[in-house]
Design a protein around this ligand. Sequence first.
Ligand code: ZN
Ligand code: ZN
Length: 649
Amino acid sequence: MLATVALRRTTGWSGEAGLGPASVAPCGTVSGDQRLCMAAILESWDLTVPDVPPRARFYPLEPIGIGTPLVEGLTSYLLRLAEAHGVPVGALTDELRRCAATALPSPGLKICTCPYRLLAYSVNGVEESAVKWVYVLGAATLRDDLKHLTLLAFKDFLCSLSLFRRFRTWCPACYEGWRASGRSVYEPLLWSLRVASVCPLHRRSLISVCPHCERPMRPIMSSSRPGYCGRCGGWLGAMPDGPLPEELSPASSNYWVSNAAGELLALAPRARAEPGALRRAFRENVEACVVHLFRGNGAEFAKFIGCTATSAYNWRNGAVTPRIDQLLRLSDRLRIPTAAFLTAQSSAEAVDWKAVRPAVEGYALPILLHRPSEEICQALRLALGERPAPSLSEVATRLGYRGTEGLRRVSRSLCKRITDNHRKSFGPEPYYNGPRPRICGRRKIEAALKAALAQNEPESVPHIARRLGYTSSGPFFKPFPALCRAIYLKIARRKAARIRVMRRMVEKALRQNPPPTLRALAVQLGFKDKAVIGRYFAGSRAQLLALRKALAKKQAVKLRNELQRYTRAKPAPSMAEVCCRLGLKRVTASRKFPIEYDLIVARHQRRRRALAVLRRQKSGLHLSRSSRSQKQRASGFLGAGSLPTHCFN
Ligand SMILES: [Zn+2]
Ligand SMILES: [Zn+2]
């Protein structure tokens, strides 16, 4: 409307009647002098549309500490952003999720659908969820530096295994210091790493239990705020009761590892972005480290840094990269900064491994075993003449080698002759030396068979053969067919009698109330495996199974009645208590009685929530009424979708 009026005025006075909206202006009555006078007073208006920068959905808060060891984590940024808007973090993440649903370019890139209270530290990590949250937060705040609040710079290098803690962890001294000096309170990314157990500033252990409610908490909960407990709202900068934890010495391993983790995070913005660059740099540096500090001895290297020889071998040939704890332990054992292993050899800041010496005590350059080949050949020739002939590994041990590979490298032919000699002197006698001696005489075999037949429970013929040193019972059947057959018949009769006894026991079991299980019955019959019942008494087995099934049905009805009684019990018991009282497994309860299970769990949760509210009211640490009403108002804004859309760029 404004533009139309302006257009009418400028073009109207210039006299171009009939062109555009100016043609409707009544200008025919104005005299020539008046027109000149008005042109001198009114200047023409600029009609070009001004260049308006894009508006951010949320305040584009400045991330804290990018490029330093105490760089902020993405979870902390979310908390600070929610606080800046005066809304609970849950409302903020819900809004972000709505933005993501409408604005994302590809349907594959959907933000994680788990509820905000289940957001874990993995949002700060190297996985797909971190990429999505960085993208969505970046779009909502118009910031492109949020990826530095995660470990995405090391995406190709670090695996997500054992990277983050499950619970929120902090340094109370840091919180207190920031609040006292009026600086922003935030959570460094370092605190969320599982490997970092010490604050690099205060050299004290990090803590993860609230000093007020004495419970651990998830990284982000519905009422989480930077520096405050997500459960009771208490200030986390308060020191826990009891004596202060001691300051660790700068030489301690925990302190070094935490510090090295901080250095790694500080490296993130400078890390090379092209895929595989970090892996290549690590492989080159480890190889150079082994060559120059361990004289190329991979086994010594592995032993010194406390990893397996296979891991060290795989790092050196680039097949795998280390986990974050292995990388930091490598740095700790050698006391060489982590950056030394991740800076490419081709770059200007590359480490000169020839000049580096580990700063750790107890490091000694491995001694290189070197002996002239001629000396070793001489020793091998001497071993050839020895009687009894020694094995090659004996010779190697005598000469100070761990394996035989070194000797084979010196002279393969001599080693082969030593091995052949040894084999000949201890190998079995060849057949052409004459027929092998008889194991047992004919009389001895006959006596053994007769003795077996005289027994109440005769030993079987193959058993007797094995006992006397034969591999099969062939030599027994040919000379003594009648004896062998008599033993076989006696064994068969005994077996039939045993089966008759067993049948009586099985029939008795069928009449028992409650009927025993198949396994219990098998044990009664003297077997470990219940399959034996099916093999001999298939019909009885089917009957027993049917009886057990009917019994199980009856018990299920009884259990359901019991569970229904607990769904009305007051105070509402927990599922664990109910299972304990009924002797029921939790998983069985949830699978067989899902309705009762859900009801009991829901009632117990309601009771716990009510108790928590009571506890919070009692402790008097709940949010003040004014700030709550402010929050309610703010969440009302969010719900209506009318958040402030100012841009402070
Ligand atoms: Zn601290
Ligand atoms: Zn608490």
